[in-house]
Design a protein around this ligand. Structure first.
Ligand SMILES: NC(=O)c1ccc[n+]([C@@H]2O[C@H](COP(=O)([O-])OP(=O)(O)OC[C@H]3O[C@@H](n4cnc5c(N)ncnc54)[C@H](OP(=O)(O)O)[C@@H]3O)[C@@H](O)[C@H]2O)c1
Length: 337
């Protein structure tokens, strides 16, 4: 399907439901208003929360999904037009932005306020920039909450996912011993490739398949009796609980999600018995998101992160959503128009 003059292809969602409610349509190309630019999208981020919003089950902290709508809150591409009061020299520049609740990223063109733009650093691909702008900024927030140093032993469940893969790389770049837990043999390669040769990563990577019930014993053996000092948990459930049981005295637990469907079970007995510090850095106002975005892009430009990306054609948005819901993602899922 090709879009005509003044038109574009975009994913339009007209009802809540299964992934097949995401349909490719020809729609009018949007015109930038005051303070806005139009970006010709080269890569659009797909987020686990997008799948919740699609079903009408988004978090209480996010506005209700109003239909019809085009999903997508993370975009990278080239500025194609600017609003009347916006610097015209932006046209043609490579940019990345989080468009926020207005969404509209699953499209050939999307609008965003000029103030939200970041330049895509040299050597960073559009898809990696998209991975950095949203998921990367969350990774920076989690890292701040953890207060990680080189002597830490960090456990990261969901290491093959968008956020987990960047957290593993950031921990390795700090020099921490990093236990990356992944879900099944098919994800081994993506996790083992997270450790980069060269100066960017000095930590030791221990990659373990969490679907093999012996992983806790293999972790103890690999750590030679030392106990982990940090759990970064976006998965929850039994895997995260097993990590809690292995933590050292004074360990830090940072909770930012529950991909398994259940938040890690943790009570005051656990906290007191081992003097744990438990932090939940999300679900409350975040002081300077833009600074976190800049730091995430710098981490990618400097090679501390090289986010693995799982690219789907724009027309296959429903398949991209299904991959996330069926736990088949390899890194950050993006759509390429
Ligand atoms: N990305 C962000 O900006 C952001 C922001 C706020 C909160 N979060 C939260 O952080 C967590 C990770 O986000 P993400 O963006 O990395 O998501 P993602 O790309 O969908 O990755 C989630 C990972 O969780 C693991 N997982 C383990 N058990 C699972 C199960 N039963 N069902 C599905 N996945 C399971 C999977 O890895 P394995 O199969 O290898 O175990 C999967 O790759 C989520 O809970 C999300 O809500 C993310």
């Amino acid at each position: 399907m090709s879009a005509g003059q003044g038109a574009m292809r975009a994913i339009v969602q007209r009802e809540l439901g299964a992934p097949d409610v995401l349909v490719l349509e020809n729609v009018p190309r949007p015109e930038p208003g005051a303070g806005e630019v139009r970006v010709r999208v080269a890569s659009a981020g797909v987020h686990a929360v997008d799948t919740d919003l699609r079903r009408g089950e988004g978090p209480a902290s996010m506005p209700e999904t109003l239909l019809p709508m085009t999903p997508g809150r993370e975009i990278a591409g080239t500025v194609d037009a600017v609003g009347p009061d916006v610097d015209a020299t932006l046209v043609g520049t490579r940019v990345v932005a989080h468009v926020g609740f207005r969404s509209g990223g699953y499209a050939e063109y999307a609008l965003v306020t000029a103030a939200a733009l970041h330049a895509v650093p040299d050597g960073v691909t559009f898809s990696q920039a998209v991975a950095s702008i949203g998921t990367g900024r969350t990774a920076q927030l989690v890292l701040d909450a953890a207060g990680m140093v080189a002597s830490d032993i960090v456990v990261i469940p969901g290491a093959s996912g968008g956020l987990g893969s960047q957290l593993v790389q950031l921990a390795l770049s700090i020099g921490a011993t990093t236990v990356a837990l992944y879900g099944g043999k098919s994800k081994r390669a993506v996790v083992q490739q997270l450790a980069r040769a060269g100066g960017a990563h000095s930590g030791r990577l221990i990659a373990l398949d969490a679907t093999d019930a012996s992983w806790p014993m293999r972790m103890v053996a690999a750590l030679d009796g030392e106990a982990p000092s940090i759990l970064l948990d976006g998965v929850g459930g039994m895997t995260a609980r097993a990590v809690v049981d292995s933590l050292a005295r004074g360990a830090r637990v940072v909770i930012f999600g529950w991909s398994s469907g259940a938040v890690v079970r943790l009570d005051t007995d656990d906290i007191v018995a081992r003097s744990l510090t438990v932090t939940v850095p999300l679900g409350r106002p975040i002081a300077d998101l833009r600074a976190l975005e800049s730091r995430a892009l710098a981490a990618t430009a400097e090679g501390r992160t090289s986010p693995p990306v799982d690219e789907y054609p724009l027309a296959d948005a429903s398949a991209a959503h299904a991959a996330i819901e069926q736990r088949r993602q390899r890194g950050k899922v993006v759509l390429v128009p």
